[in-house]
Design a protein around this ligand. Structure first.
Ligand SMILES: Nc1ncnc2c1ncn2[C@@H]1O[C@H](COP(=O)(O)OP(=O)(O)OP(=O)(O)O)[C@@H](O)[C@H]1O
Ligand SMILES: [Mg+2]
Length: 558
């Protein structure tokens, strides 16, 4: 029942370690030195002597060339590449209202180039530019479908429709889709995505898939579950997990098995979404909506490699001017909240996209929208922004604003990573640990270490697991003994410190005694002058004592 969006920014990445062993140098060879390391072929593992096995991210044996070290460990890994947010500009045709008002088209499209010119001078270039004649199918095939390939390879993706109210965001995304429109060319992105996902899924016969969807709207800064039909809607909150990133607690995540079921979820959510009429758009979205498809996949029979990737399809509410929408009451309140969310989004986009603000604080927390889109902007996602504009000259100011906004978004660099399930990673780690323990165990018994290939029969694995359990018990026992020994050592240290303190005190007392006037008296002279035998003997005792004090004060007690 909970959606999650991992936050790449806060993920901890361990220091990677490459072990490199050089060949024996001539001096060592002359001295008859032998190699004391064994390198496990195909594994980043090294065994020292006969028993100690160590595993690293990379292990380079003495035959490894510099080039291999550079290519394997130094070159940026595919996973760590940054890629910019892509932007598709989409201009809708003039709508009847604009034609009636005598509006003219204020945009010129440069043929064969993804470029648009506003008025007579300002030119903007994007990744794609779709002029008013572009069909929904072309938008999908050109800009969206490639994201789905990434999704099946384990990468998160986001499609985000942005633009002024009435510019065609909901139309482009398919936010009013009902199954009656199934075969129409006006079907938007989301239903097309659903169709394609199920087509792709049926092509992978050797994979098992688990698909689920969630659909939410942010209305007046509150998250509402568009798939929850019950009257007592649970409260939805955003939680930030240091390991898993952003989690949406209480949100319905519906498992689906067919395209029909998934489209059903879209229709259900579309009908529940808050829509209102304004002077700019008869069916204006009054909320930001996020339709999320979760794709979990694994190879049949291989439980260890699970990938979970997410696709967020976002239809934002449009920026609006009260003067033009003539919004009052609830509509006005909604409009203020919509603009506030979009302003936060704009701040996040400019913090991420502006080179001069590089490294500065990104205000994701300023609104629910930016918190939820954290991954899609500057995070772990391949992101496409569809910037929607009206061609009408009456909207030129808003159009320029959108073009600028979209231009900034293009400068955002995302860092998509392959989303391998943490459970699978943990399993891999445990398997590796079993292998290491097995090597140690066999060497301890004087045997030869076999190398696990990962495809051992089940009984073998259960044997190993049993051995692992025994070793863990043994390890636990040794750890307890070790901690006892550590405790005793600490106690001894404490005693040593106390004795040192006592010693210091004694030393200073001795020093005092040595400095004492009694020590300076020439007792020998007195002994010689004394007549009384008894007094003489007593004096000799004192003289010995004086001598002792002087000796004690000498270094090392000598
Ligand atoms: N590419 C297009 N071709 C034909 N009609 C379009 C196109 N884009 C939008 N329209 C029409 O323009 C009107 C407004 O579109 P839409 O509701 O999608 O705007 P919006 O950007 O979602 O606005 P809001 O922010 O108010 O929700 C609708 O009547 C829609 O059918
Ligand atoms: Mg809309």
């Amino acid at each position: 029942m909970a959606g999650s969006m991992t936050k790449e920014d806060e993920k901890v990445i361990p220091v990677r370690v490459a072990l490199r062993c050089r060949p024996l140098v001539p001096k060592e060879i002359n001295e008859g030195c032998q190699c004391c390391l064994t390198f496990v072929s195909g594994e980043p593992q090294v065994i020292v002597g006969n028993d100690k096995a160590f595993t690293y991210d990379y292990v380079f044996d003495p035959s490894t060339e510099q080039e291999e070290v550079f290519n394997t460990a130094v070159m940026t890994k595919e996973d760590e590449k940054v890629i910019p947010v892509r932007v598709a500009l989409r201009c809708r045709p003039l709508v009847p209202k604009e034609i009636n008002e005598g509006c003219q088209c204020c945009l010129t499209f440069v043929s064969g180039e993804p470029q648009v010119i506003v008025g007579n001078d300002k030119a903007f270039t994007y990744d794609y530019v779709f002029d008013p004649s572009t069909e929904q199918e072309e938008v999908f095939n050109t800009a969206v479908s490639q994201l789905l390939l990434g999704l099946f390879r384990g990468y998160n993706a986001t499609v985000l429709a942005y633009g002024q109210t009435g510019s065609g965001k909901t139309f482009s995304m398919g936010g009013t889709y009902t199954s009656e429109q199934e075969n129409e060319s006006t079907v938007g992105v989301i239903p097309r995505v659903i169709r394609r996902i199920f087509q792709e899924k049926s092509k992978c016969a050797d994979c098992e898939f688990l698909l689920s969807v969630s659909y939410l709207e942010i209305y007046n800064e509150e998250i509402l579950d568009l798939l929850c039909t019950s009257k007592d809607k649970p409260i939805i909150s955003i939680r930030e997990d240091p390991k898993d990133g952003i989690k949406i607690v209480g949100l319905t995540e519906k498992e689906v098995f067919t395209a029909h079921e998934m489209v059903g979820c879209l229709e259900l959510g579309n009908s529940a979404r808050t829509v209102g009429s304004t002077a700019m758009n008869a069916a204006s979205s009054r909320s930001h909506a996020i339709f999320t498809i979760s794709l979990e996949q694994r190879r049949k029979g291989d439980k260890s490699e699970i990938m979970v990737s997410k696709l967020h399809l976002v239809d934002l509410a449009g920026s609006e001017r009260q003067k033009k929408t003539k919004a009052e009451g609830d509509r006005l309140k909604e409009g203020i909240s919509i603009n506030r969310g979009l302003l936060s989004l704009g701040n996040v986009i400019s913090a991420l996209g502006d080179e001069s603000k590089k490294g500065t604080f990104v205000p994701y927390r300023d609104s629910k929208l930016t918190r939820l889109l954290q991954d899609s902007l500057g995070g772990n996602s391949h992101t496409l922004m569809i910037a929607c504009v009206s061609p009408a000259d009456s909207n030129i100011e808003e159009t320029i604003n959108t073009l600028r906004y979209a231009d900034r978004a293009r400068k955002i660099k995302n860092k998509p990573v392959l989303n391998v399930d943490p459970r699978a990673v943990e399993m891999k780690r445990l398997k590796q640990q079993v292998q290491e323990l097995q090597v140690m165990l066999l060497h301890a018994r004087g045997g030869v270490a076999p190398v696990l290939t990962g495809s051992e029969p089940v009984e073998n694995v259960s044997d190993i697991l049993e051995q692992n359990r025994c070793l863990q018990d043994e390890n636990g026992k040794l750890s307890r003994e070790l901690s006892e020994a550590v405790g005793q050592t600490a106690l001894m240290f404490e005693r040593i410190i106390m004795m040192e303190q006592t010693n210091e005190k004694l030393q200073s007392k001795l020093e005092e005694l040595r400095q004492h006037a009694a020590c300076k008296v020439d007792l020998q002279k007195m002994v010689e002058t004394l007549e009384d035998q008894e007094l003489k003997e007593n004096m000799e005792v004192i003289q010995n004592l004086q001598q002792l004090i002087l000796e004690l004060q000498m270094p090392n007690g000598n």
